[in-house]
Design a protein around this ligand. Structure first.
Ligand code: PSU
Ligand code: MN
Length: 310
């Protein structure tokens, strides 16, 4: 293969050309973040949720070296079911393309590709961040540095407490990544409604997020991402006692098994899913679908705003 242009799914290409709302979705949660066989079902449900709210889903990934924005169902199935799908951050994209690999894009890679493709809104579950012990290991997700230079809105439920949440928020501030709570002034902790830290800003409606994105674009001053932190309602969170127990065990197993680098996040996610006997999976799915719905409503509001200006 000699042509390395980004390939667009037909529906996504049409929507972008016509200025209709599009929501980017990542594939690492599908290939590495959720257990089989639920992962494929959930991937389809995420797309259906985006559609139900009036936007076009653009799941991003790499299939046989081709970087695709808007995977079709066969491509999505392949990334959800075959073995050996690489986990791709931004730095991996070109190598994976040149070697013809199958790969799933992280928040970092998905954001960068989406922004390059002209998509302004992205829905995921949780961001990567600063790992516990990062002061020794230097393990900080490239999600953070990528968001610092990528103009996109990322709807997520904060970060998991497998990370150092306070340090992650400090790094987001240093890197100039905007963070607003959706109807909250507390940064969500993914499985938990409240991750334990305050936020400076809260917005109450998708239209307000669209206004923030418009202001950023019109100023032309801040070129980083906006994180829209969307917490689960308290009555839908994972039981906090179960959460704390599972986390403690997971961190001990990580150390016992000597897991490092990009394997750390998938290892801890898999531990949560097996140790809670599906409870964390149900919560995880609920989070992603809520984020997909909110992201679609933001994309719809942004497209309406742009149409009114034109
Ligand atoms: N956090 C989650 N679920 C996930 C991930 C993060 O709660 O599936 C995935 C995302 O794709 C994220 C990546 O971008 O893990 C971060 O990996 P790392 O820590 O290796 O940068
Ligand atoms: Mn890492």
């Amino acid at each position: 293969m000699t042509n390395f242009h980004i390939r667009f799914g037909t529906e996504v290409a049409d929507a972008l050309r016509d200025g209709r709302p599009v929501v980017a979705l990542e594939s690492t949660i599908v290939s590495h973040g959720l257990p089989r066989p639920d992962n494929l079902r959930v991937a389809r449900e995420i797309e259906a949720t985006v559609r139900d709210a009036g936007a076009v889903p653009a799941t991003i990934g790499m299939v046989g070296g081709e970087l695709v924005v808007g995977l079709d169902d066969a491509q999505l199935t392949r990334l959800a079911t075959v073995d050996g799908v690489a986990k791709l951050s931004v730095r991996d994209l070109a190598v994976a393309a040149a070697t013809g690999a199958d790969g799933a894009t992280t928040v970092a890679a998905t954001s960068a590709v989406a922004a390059a493709a002209g998509i302004g809104v992205f829905a995921t579950g949780g961001l990567g961040g600063v790992h516990r012990e990062a002061s020794q290991t230097f393990d900080e997700s490239a999600d953070l540095t990528t968001l610092a230079r990528t103009p996109i809105a990322v709807v997520c439920a904060g970060v998991k407490s497998i990370l150092d949440v306070g340090a992650t928020l400090e790094r987001l501030e240093t890197l100039g990544v905007g963070v607003v709570g959706y109807r909250t002034r507390r940064f969500p902790g993914f499985y938990l409604t409240d991750g334990g830290f305050d936020l400076d800003w809260s917005v109450d409606a998708p239209e307000t997020v669209a206004d923030v994105l418009a202001a950023r674009a019109q100023h032309g001053v801040h070129t980083g991402a906006l994180v829209v932190a969307n917490p689960l309602p308290v009555d839908e969170q994972l039981d906090p006692a179960l959460h704390d127990r599972t986390l403690t065990e997971g961190l001990a197993l990580l150390e016992r098994d000597g897991v490092t680098g990009k394997a750390v996040t998938p290892y801890l996610l898999a531990h949560f899913h097996s140790a809670t006997e599906g409870a964390s999976l149900a919560v995880n799915v609920r989070i992603i679908l809520r984020n997909a719905d909110l992201a679609a409503r933001i994309a719809v509001a942004s497209a309406a705003r742009a149409a009114a200006r034109a």
